[in-house]
Design a protein around this ligand. Structure first.
Ligand code: ARG
Length: 465
């Protein structure tokens, strides 16, 4: 009779598996990164089995010791897992059984790989959310530091890529802080929903053995246990939630990168991406390309792909566990790795970006971006807004024809156009810096508002709320 060597489910089988099938079926090459969670989960499970008297106390002790030793050893030599095993769960059980015999044979009591893998992935997602949150906090801190020195750096704000109204570079950076703060919220939510311990739900229908599931949850630091065995083993919502949070983060980074790419161009020259984050051309000696920003923008597609992969994998799967679900791992791991790298490298790049303050200011001055504020000035003198809009619009048309800016219009012409709403301080409304400081309501780009925002965000980062 064929042995199906190394297979823990070999009992029912009389023929060896085809080699290619074995390889096809195996997830060890990628799920081995789950080993710390798998082993920690086993330690908790075996401890509980011993406490419940479901396995002899000395066997529980021997298994726990062997598991802890293996955990350390793999840390030092990951090659220990390079065997002919189907997945990380089989590998750990087989290695322990090989090392300690009988007690190892009891580890899987009242457990299935289905609830085991559900546990491992939840623990992985929780840890990954934590890791990404701390990277995002570092990024936000970096942006706030930069923002502090640019509260008076005036630059064009755009809509439809047309110059719209002036803002400050600090205000612009803080807009991204808001996005990354929402991202942190999404990751926290994801981790919160992972906080239900699935072990004990077995293959799909739990077990006749009197496990103490609350005890396992307590040992593993979960605050609750899953409430339905069918759902617990077939739920991958947390992976999908992580991937969608990851996709939104990448979308934010990608928008940021898009602007960096434009603004670093000779045509804009608002910023310079320093040498450490730029690359050259093999043919054109003069080139300095923002490859890093482009790559991050490109990798956004890859993370969206990971999300789409898992959404598609899960969409037609009947309850409960099906092997399709093994496909969750590479998507989640790839997104986690990509995200980690992109956020770290982006943080370095944005910290090093040099700002061309005069160029930004010139871009504001050489524009009609003061038109809205000029209309608002007339409103402050009692003019109905629609009328003010029309008056200033007309003036912009005249200026455009003559090739001058609003502030260059002769006083008399201004007076004639504005009529009863004219006052000698009208020219003040044509000064971008002064206009920005007049914006005192919350969320505005004025120095005072932005400084208040930075202070608020620093408290958020320090965990004050
Ligand atoms: N390697 C599997 C996975 O990642 C573990 C669960 C396998 N369960 C099973 N009944 N074949 O999904």
């Amino acid at each position: 009779m064929a042995e199906n060597k190394g297979k823990l489910w070999a009992g029912r089988f009389s023929e060896e598996n085809d080699r290619a099938t074995d390889d096809f079926n195996s997830s060890l090459s990628f799920d081995k990164r789950l080993y710390p969670y798998d082993i920690t989960g086993s330690v908790a499970h075996v401890t509980m089995l011993g406490e419940q008297g479901l396995i002899p106390g000395e066997d529980a002790k021997a298994a726990v010791e062997a598991l802890q030793k293996l955990l350390e050893e793999i840390g030092e030599d990951p090659k220990l897992l390079d065997g002919d095993y189907e997945d990380i769960h089989m590998a750990v059980e087989a290695i322990i059984t090989e090392r300690i015999g009988n007690p190892g044979q009891r580890i899987h009591t009242g457990r299935s790989r289905n609830d085991q893998v559900a546990l491992d992935m939840k623990m992985y997602v929780i840890d990954t959310c934590d890791k990404i949150i701390s990277l995002l906090k570092t990024l936000i801190k970096t942006l706030l530091e930069k923002a502090k020195s640019h509260t008076e750096t005036i630059m064009p704000g755009y809509t439809h890529i047309q110059k719209a109204q002036a803002v400050s570079y600090a205000h612009y950076l803080c807009a991204y802080c808001e996005m990354f703060t929402r991202d942190i919220g999404r990751l926290k939510d994801t981790a919160k929903r992972c906080d239900e311990m699935p072990l004990g739900t077995g293959a799909l229908a739990a077990t006749t053995l009197p496990l103490n599931r609350e005890r396992v949850a307590e040992l593993l630091g979960f605050s609750a246990i899953s409430r339905n065995s069918l759902d617990a083993v077939s739920d991958r919502d947390h992976c999908i939630e992580f991937l969608s949070a990851a996709s939104v983060i990448m979308m934010h980074l990608s928008r940021f990168c898009e602007e960096i790419i434009w603004w670093a161009s000779e045509e804009y020259s608002y910023i310079k991406v320093t040498d450490a984050y730029s690359t050259g051309s093999s043919m054109m000696p003069q080139k300095r390309n923002p490859d890093v920003a482009e790559l991050i923008r490109g990798k956004t597609g890859r993370v969206y792909g990971d999300l789409l992969t898992l959404l598609t994998v899960m969409k037609g799967i009947p309850l409960a566990y099906n092997k399709d679900m093994q496909e969750d791992k590479q998507a989640v791991f790839d997104a986690a790795d990509t995200l980690e790298k992109c956020i770290s490298i982006f943080t370095g790049m944005i910290a090093a970006v040099e700002v061309n303050t005069p160029k930004m200011k010139k871009a504001v001055e050489e524009s009609y971006m003061d038109a809205t504020e000029a209309a608002e000035f007339l409103v402050s003198k009692g003019c109905p807004f629609r009328r003010a809009h029309f008056i200033i619009g007309k003036l912009v048309g005249i200026c455009e024809q003559r090739g001058i800016w609003l502030r260059e219009l002769p006083e008399q012409e201004l007076k004639d156009a504005v009529g009863e709403y004219y006052s000698t301080d009208f020219r003040q409304a044509l000064n971008a810096e002064a206009n920005m400081e007049k914006k005192t309501i919350p969320a505005s780009p004025s120095k005072a508002q932005v400084e208040g925002y930075i202070e608020y965000m620093e408290k958020f980062i320090c965990g004050e709320f």
